[in-house]
Ligand binder design. Structure first.
Ligand SMILES: [Zn+2]
Length: 265
């Protein structure tokens, strides 16, 4: 019975969403997701952040901040750093993948395959910190959003990304950051998943990052720009929900998200 109701709801969902979009097109809407163009007067909440998830594509703040950088910031426009380029996308999130896939000259995806997960849509099984099979300077843009916190040798990961990028190419990173934390916190003696969740925020995270993530990228040779909500006019920040509308009280929440662009000079 439950399944029948679920099926019936899924059948009527698409026309209802389309009807809603016609209404918002005519009447105007408070918000518009800048990864899927969905218009709405309310975003959804998740367990950490209120009213910050697109009800259509489930994009979150960091994904829309990245999309907005590619859409609105002169230095990082999609036409400049993605179009006609060779792009390698780690752990590709659907909203970002959709946005850039058709633009790149050669778009490849990668992940470090773990048991029990399906990777049908992934081109390469790669450990970002050890990519011997990838030649030097073979990509023009490497994207790894919320990947490095899972990687034991994350410094090696940043160095490897630098190595495989062409001169003038860009990496795009995001990492979970604790608000106002200066120095990244990591305790390698902590291996218990429950304890990792308590101190880092997730069972398979190995650290929680601070402001020194910029230093880590610079040490690898990157010219770094940390894009946050303030790179955008207030109208765009509100329209695309580029920051959590309500600050999360979770002690490990990233309320002030940054997208790190690193250029290989
Ligand atoms: Zn969306």
């Amino acid at each position: 019975m439950k399944r029948t109701i679920k099926k019936a709801l899924s059948v009527i969902r698409t026309p209802l969403v389309q009807l809603g979009q016609v209404y918002y097109q005519a009447k105007g809407s408070k918000f518009e997701c800048n990864t899927c163009n969905h218009k709405t007067n309310s975003f959804k909440s998740n367990s950490w952040h209120q009213y910050s998830v697109c009800p259509n594509c489930t994009s979150n703040v960091r994904q829309r901040l990245l999309a907005a950088s590619l859409q609105y910031l002169e230095a990082f426009r999609i036409d400049t750093i993605i179009s006609d380029k060779r792009v390698l996308h780690f752990a590709p999130e659907p909203p970002i993948r959709k946005l850039i896939k058709g633009k790149a000259r050669d778009y490849k995806t990668a992940d470090f395959f773990a048991e029990g997960y399906a990777y049908d849509h992934i081109d390469y099984n790669l450990d970002i910190s050890s990519m011997q099979t990838v030649p030097n300077e073979s990509f023009d843009c490497v994207i790894a959003c919320d990947v490095l916190e899972h990687v034991p040798d994350h410094i090696g990961g940043i160095r490897e990304v630098y190595r495989i990028l062409s001169k003038g190419g860009y990496c795009i990173f995001t990492v979970p950051q604790k608000d106002f934390l200066k120095i990244t916190f990591e305790d390698q003696t902590v291996t218990d998943p429950d304890e990792r969740e308590r101190i880092y925020g997730q069972r398979d995270h190995l650290r929680i990052y601070g402001d020194d993530f910029v230093d880590m990228m610079q040490a690898a040779g990157f010219d770094v720009t940390a894009v946050d909500e303030h790179y955008f006019e207030e109208k765009l920040r509100t329209r695309h929900v580029l920051a959590p509308p309500v600050l999360s009280k979770h002690p490990l929440a990233t309320n002030y998200r940054k997208v790190f662009f690193g250029k290989k000079l």
